[in-house]
Design a protein around this ligand. Structure first.
Ligand code: PLP
Length: 316
């Protein structure tokens, strides 16, 4: 038997539906030193709206390049969609505290409680919305394990858009269920590298039998978007716009902690492309930047593919 556990507060804290954040928060607005700009690989100059227009949706480019607007109102249709699975619960990890024998109070924000299974839906639905609003036919994207592709397929199905997913070949073969979930939502799923794009053909010729990579799938998806009228490319992590949409995680977390009367000392997030981490910490970092509060922030990343703890900071 385990030692019994005494709860000294609620296990799950939910906001009410009407307490859902009405706007996303753009942490760049509060940064005195702005992040280095995206560069146009052709000119070496910071990218412009026009540079990005063939690739990305117009409204998303505006969000991408905006370093000054602190809050972007969440469109009504997205807010209504969010209500299917948001607010997500803030859970007190009582059993973990007990197992660690720590006096610390540990909370986690659970983003798995939606049909696609991850936080990716927060941005997927927003990106599909803006593509639809622009009158596009569809979008292209890449996916690795399939979380992003699944969230996007669900979102494009919701708005009646076509969705073309390039899935890293090794995952396509190892994770048939993910692949079929995307197809069930109506997406087309192509193992990458494929023979449907010039870059795919080139990579296949140079590296016969390769099982693919995320970079290769991205190249195929970008090429497919640029070559088909009425299509744009969308991406599930890394970009400023994705962090903006994911700020809904942090805004809810902060509101729930305020409701509990708890001030966090340390905020921890896992960092792959940085979207759930960035979304979680944004409002807290904002308070830090404005000198209103202080927090320690810890990013945890895989040792096998580090982007913060090793390597050099450079343009790719
Ligand atoms: C995609 C994904 C990640 C990594 O992406 P981030 O942009 O770093 O959030 C982490 N966890 C889950 C469940 C994911 O689907």
């Amino acid at each position: 038997m385990r030692n019994s556990l005494k709860l000294d507060g609620p296990v799950k804290t939910y906001l009410d539906e009407n307490e859902l954040p009405k706007a996303w928060y753009n942490v760049r607005a509060d940064m005195k030193k702005k992040p280095a700009p995206l560069l146009n690989p052709g000119t070496g100059k910071p990218v412009t709206f026009e540079d990005l227009q063939p690739v990305f949706c117009d409204e998303l480019i505006k969000q991408e390049l905006d370093n000054d607007t602190a809050y972007f109102e969440i469109p009504e249709d997205i807010l209504t969609f969010y209500k299917m699975y948001r607010p997500s619960p803030l859970v007190r990890a009582y059993f973990l505290e007990q197992a660690l024998g720590t006096p610390a109070h540990i909370y986690y924000k659970f983003e798995g409680n939606n049909t696609s299974g991850s936080h990716k839906l927060n941005s997927a639905i927003a990106q599909a919305y803006y593509a639809k609003k622009q009158g596009l036919k569809g979008v292209t994207t890449e996916t690795g394990a399939g979380q992003w592709g699944t969230a996007l397929s669900m979102s494009t199905a919701f708005f009646g858009l076509d969705c073309q997913v390039y899935m890293v070949k090794v995952s396509y073969e190892q994770k048939p269920f993910r692949r079929e979930v995307m197809r069930t939502y109506g997406a087309s799923v192509t193992p990458s590298p494929s023979m449907t794009t010039d870059i795919g053909k080139k990579i296949n010729a140079e590296f016969p039998g390769t099982t693919g990579s995320l970079g290769c799938a991205i190249s195929e998806a970008v090429e497919a978007a640029v070559k088909q009228p009425g299509y744009r490319y969308v991406l599930g992590s890394v970009l400023n716009q994705v962090l903006l949409h994911q700020s809904v995680i942090g805004l809810e977390t902060k509101a729930a902690l305020d409701k509990l009367g708890v001030k966090a000392d340390l905020i921890i997030g896992c960092a792959g492309g940085g979207s759930n981490l960035g979304g979680l910490i944004s409002p807290f970092v904002g308070e830090k930047l404005r000198g209103e509060a202080d927090y320690d922030i810890l990013a945890v990343e895989p040792a096998s593919c580090p982007s913060f703890t090793r390597g050099k900071y450079a343009y790719d």
